[in-house]
Write a protein that binds this ligand. Structure first.
Ligand code: HEM
Length: 424
């Protein structure tokens, strides 16, 4: 059961499941039967402040770092990039406060604001309602700030230009990039991850709704089948090319490696980013049909790992230390390995996507690649520079979307909000 603190009490509405308990009727019964938790059955009276989660169902929103980075990877993703449409700094600050309160509530499994069923029938409800009856599902909402918030079209819209972190670079063009501006960039982003897709979609939808008139969604991406693991004991998931993905990643429990490669330190600065991280998102289209006509031998050579076990070539077990020299010169793992990139190490947290077909009968499928790092210049950039030039995988993929965001540290308590220190 998630701990209820004084802080999150104030933003908490009755939990989605408890509310259904009061409502009686079919939905409540459905919720109780489906989940069978005490929260749904207890209903009303005195239980309002309790989250609906049974153990492990709700992730903590407040903390030194934002959740959704070192958190064990959830099954589903809804990632949204926003353009800020207001030029009023006060309105932007008000939005970030409202977003943070809503994010704290939804993470705990509660409804936004006055809830989905408001007292005043004449007004649209504060919460859109499609998550009623659903568990918190380990929802995490991770907030980031893109270069456009600091300066756009030569304008310092919010007086923040001088506060842009040096590490928040505009990514260089990489060989082979075929980026669609409509799927790239963004002034702000929210990464919603949850074990239930409807919970993730509900969260983004409600944040977009709150933001109306101040922000507009620029692009968004749904993802499934996590393609990374931040829990070394769990079975490594497979990507759309059928290979285990995330074998050698930073685990959420490896605090030393997180400090070294993921979290921004005091020494790095700026102050408002200490405890935060930098996020690179790339929509990578896969030429699935070509891959499916490629021999198993070629597929294994492309990665430098076996398909069944996921073992490095020349070794037997998945977790065996790779011998890079046993792989082809252009093997993906050989080129991406820290030893080939002066130690550059990133935390990968991507998801597969399949957005129907492309009109030519081909699946519009691929990897929505997400990487976190302490400094993009020592992380994604050197690795992708090498991969873009020589990776055997390039024959089967193309990067079609790209964005970079500064992800501030965690929200400490109810008086804090996403990005507060930036505006101080
Ligand atoms: C569609 C594109 C991609 C696919 C299908 C893919 C797939 C894989 C697979 C199967 C592995 C081996 C298992 C593992 O250790 O996780 C791997 C490793 C890795 N990939 Fe990728 N990857 C892709 C793009 C990228 C990109 C864009 C980067 C970074 C710029 C990257 C960085 C890495 C790194 C750092 C490793 C671990 C290397 C090691 O330490 O052994 N990958 N990838």
């Amino acid at each position: 059961m998630t701990e209820i603190t004084e802080e999150n009490k104030t933003v908490q509405r009755p939990s989605r499941r408890t509310l259904l308990g009061w409502g009686g009727a079919g939905l409540a019964l459905g919720a109780a039967v489906a989940g069978g938790t005490a929260a749904a059955l207890n209903g009303g009276g005195g239980k309002d402040a309790e989250p609906a989660a049974s153990a492990g169902d709700a992730e903590q929103f407040y903390g030194a770092h934002q959740a959704g980075i070192a958190t064990p990877v959830q099954d589903r993703l809804h990632f949204a990039a926003f353009d800020v449409t207001t030029s009023d700094r006060k309105q932007l600050i008000a939005l970030l406060k409202e977003w943070s309160a809503a994010a704290a509530a939804m993470t705990a499994g509660h409804e936004v604001g006055e809830g989905a069923i408001s007292d005043n029938e004449e007004l649209p409800p504060d919460d859109t309602g499609e998550a009623l009856g659903l568990k918190p599902s380990r929802l995490t909402l991770t907030f980031g700030i893109g270069p456009g918030l600091f300066e756009k079209d030569g304008k310092d819209r919010f007086g923040l230009k001088s506060r842009r972190p040096e590490a928040l670079i505009d990514l260089p063009a990489f060989k082979g990039d075929n980026l669609d501006p409509a799927r790239s960039g963004g002034d702000l982003c929210v990464q919603a991850c949850a074990d239930d897709p409807q919970v993730a979609v509900h969260a983004i939808r409600n944040l977009a709704r709150i933001g109306m008139g101040r922000v507009a969604i620029r692009w968004s991406q749904l993802g499934f089948g996590k393609t990374s693991s931040t829990t070394p004991d769990a079975m490594t998931p497979r990507n759309m090319l059928g290979f285990k993905d995330g074998t050698r990643n930073i685990a959420g429990t490896e605090t030393d490696r997180l400090d070294k490669h993921v979290w921004v330190s005091k020494k790095d600065g700026p102050d408002w980013m200490v405890g935060g991280s930098y996020l690179v998102a790339r929509r990578i289209r896969m030429h699935i049909e070509t891959w499916d006509r490629t021999s198993l031998k070629e597929q294994e050579d492309v990665f430098g790992r076996t398909k069944a076990e996921g073992a490095p070539q020349g070794k037997r077990r998945e977790r065996d230390e790779p011998n890079l020299k046993a792989m082809k010169d252009d093997a993906h793992v050989r080129l991406a390995h820290p030893d080939s990139n002066s130690g550059a190490t990133i935390l990968r947290r991507g998801y597969s996507f399949t957005d129907g077909t492309d009109g030519l009968g081909r699946l519009d499928a691929g990897l929505f690649f997400i990487a976190y790092q302490r400094d993009v210049r020592d992380g994604f950039v050197p690795v992708q520079t090498r991969l873009s030039r020589s990776d055997a995988l390039n024959e089967y993929i193309q990067h079609v979307g790209s964005a970079v965001f500064a992800v501030p540290p965690g929200v400490r308590d109810k008086d804090d909000w996403w990005g507060k220190a930036l505006f101080a």
